[in-house]
Design a binder for this molecule. Structure first.
Ligand SMILES: Cc1cc2nc3c(=O)[nH]c(=O)nc-3n(C[C@H](O)[C@H](O)[C@H](O)COP(=O)(O)OP(=O)(O)OC[C@H]3O[C@@H](n4cnc5c(N)ncnc54)[C@H](O)[C@@H]3O)c2cc1C
Ligand SMILES: NC(=O)c1ccc[n+]([C@@H]2O[C@H](COP(=O)([O-])OP(=O)(O)OC[C@H]3O[C@@H](n4cnc5c(N)ncnc54)[C@H](O)[C@@H]3O)[C@@H](O)[C@H]2O)c1
Length: 457
């Protein structure tokens, strides 16, 4: 068996693993990355990037239709083939060659294959044994979770992998689960001309967000023609002919038939064949870590990104990777609770861009909280993006401390509003100081003036 020794072994080259490897190498460590599929991970090839590529063209076309001058100039329909071709460019036709120079420039070694922990600071990849002088960082991520529904697995449903990469669109698509994946893909596929049925088991879609945000996205999807149903329980799935239509038999009567079925009902950690049980982990479950991303009792073992289950978001995994790397490089840094829940954006139209607590979550956390609201497009800057676009914004205020603890912006293209709110929350900026943070005219940031006015400032 071939043996090699490095300072740090990183298993999984998704966003978390890549950032850890890069930062450690920049800090002078000799690093090896073990990857069994594509360098770039789920986010680059089957997640964030292709999903946004599928959503953006129709959203831009809708914005053009709201802005006279441009409206008259752009008169055609969405080009479906060009949209799929652009998606293929974004995911580099599922080829990770363009990710390699970044690693090579930093002298990061790459080992292709499935990594398994075989001992302390020891990883086996096929017939190669890797040893680490300092640490092992796990960034193994997640896969789609299939709920235990009779016939579901045998029906070979789509997961995020097929829905983001397919070259041929089905005429109809049923989607199980109304979280961010289900909602984004419902809108994208509908905009590409597919008949979409979205089935959510809970009483509302996007259940982790403010109720008003769920209601706005529900209304928007229904207006676009998505058959959106909540409180639905699927009892059985049938696909008599492989590749033929699939039928979901609903508990309580009725069924839904579609050419394809997407399961977007949550994720499971890729910790089943990792050797994690020897270090206190449970195969298939997220691995518990402390505020320095270490596995308790194993100071050389770190877990970053989706695999620790804290928040399944690329930017969260990358932040954790920066912290773990700095700890390995000898710095005393930790996760801070100041921005938890973290910033997040569902890229539907309207978008839901939120950070920190919803009002209900703040109250449940024992905070003396109240909210203030404003119409997102109710300012001069917004008129240049299209008057009266649907969308409301709300901030959640901790009245005892006089600071923000949450914010939600809904509307078209509001994703970049979020960072100001994140800075205000992490910096615990007093509301009076926020009031003096004057937004330029005419920018859509004037929504802050209206939010603070509604809060009594
Ligand atoms: C459709 C979709 C859309 C999304 N959109 C967004 C978005 O807009 N914004 C956002 O912030 N997040 C989004 N996410 C979530 C985001 O993709 C994940 O949070 C992110 O990819 C997690 O990064 P990671 O590095 O932890 O894991 P991953 O990206 O899953 O990467 C893990 C890597 O580890 C490899 N691996 C696993 N086990 C082993 C092993 N034993 N040996 C070797 N290699 C191994 C895998 O092959 C993979 O390459 C989306 C997810 C999906 C599915
Ligand atoms: N824009 C973004 O940032 C973005 C986009 C997509 C995904 N993501 C990340 O990926 C993660 C996974 O996304 P997701 O949408 O798969 O998961 P999720 O856990 O967020 O949502 C799953 C939804 O499926 C529903 N569900 C579960 N079982 C069901 C069943 N049997 N029948 C009907 N409904 C059922 C749940 O009630 C829930 O609403 C998210 O947590 C998110 O962090 C982020």
């Amino acid at each position: 068996m071939r043996e090699r020794t490095f300072d740090v072994i990183v298993i999984g080259a998704g966003p978390a693993g890549e950032v850890a490897a890069g930062r450690l190498a920049d800090g002078g460590k000799e690093v090896v990355v073990v990857e069994e599929h594509l360098i770039g991970g789920e986010c680059s090839f089957y997640g964030c990037m292709p999903s946004k590529a599928l959503l953006r063209p129709a959203q831009l076309l809708a914005e053009v239709a709201r802005v006279p001058g441009a409206t008259e100039a752009v008169t055609g329909e969405l080009d479906v083939a060009a949209t799929l071709a652009r998606r293929d460019q974004v995911i580099h036709d599922l080829d990770d060659a363009s990710q390699l120079p970044w690693l090579q420039e930093r002298d990061i070694a790459v080992v292709r294959g499935h990594g398994v922990l075989t001992g302390e600071r020891e990883v086996r990849v096929g017939d190669e044994l890797l040893r680490a002088r300092d640490a092992v960082v796990l960034g193994v991520g997640t896969r789609a979770m299939l709920p235990p529904i009779d016939g579901l697995e045998a029906a070979r449903p789509w997961t995020n992998r097929e829905v983001t990469t397919t070259k041929e669109l089905p005429a109809s698509l049923a989607i199980l689960g109304g979280g961010p994946i289900g909602c984004e893909m419902a809108e994208a596929y509908r905009s590409l001309g597919v008949v979409v049925t979205l089935l959510e088991g809970g009483d509302r879609i996007l259940s982790k967000e403010e109720q008003f945000a769920s209601a706005l996205v529900t209304e928007s999807l229904r207006t676009r023609g998505v058959d959106l149903r909540t409180g639905v329980r699927v009892g059985r799935v049938e696909r008599p002919e492989p590749g033929g239509p699939v039928t979901l038999v609903l508990e309580g009567g009725g069924d839904v038939t579609a050419d394809e079925l997407l399961v977007a009902a949550g994720r499971r950690s890729l910790t089943a064949d990792l050797g994690i049980e020897a270090f206190g982990g449970e195969p298939g479950r997220p691995i518990e870590v402390d505020d320095q991303l270490r596995v308790p009792g194993h100071p050389w073992l770190f877990v970053c990104g989706d695999a620790n289950g804290k928040a399944l978001l690329t930017h969260v995994g990358k932040h954790q990777a920066r912290i773990a790397s700095d700890v390995i490089l000898g710095r005393d840094v930790r996760l801070r609770p100041s921005v938890d829940p973290p910033p997040r954006v569902t890229f539907t139209e309207p978008q839901v861009a939120a950070v920190g607590y919803t009002l209900a979550q703040a109250k449940a956390a024992g905070i003396n909280a109240r909210s203030a609201r404003a119409t997102t497009s109710g300012n001069a800057g917004a008129s240049f993006h299209g008057r009266n676009t649907p969308g409301e914004s709300r901030i959640v205020i901790d009245d005892d401390r006089g600071v923000l603890v949450g914010a939600t912006f809904t509307g078209p293209d509001v994703q970049d509003f979020l960072h100001a709110a994140t800075v205000a929350i992490v910096g615990a900026v007093p509301l009076e100081d926020l009031w003096h943070s004057v937004p330029a005219f005419p920018t859509r940031s004037e929504v802050w003036l209206h939010l603070l006015a509604d809060a009594g400032l």
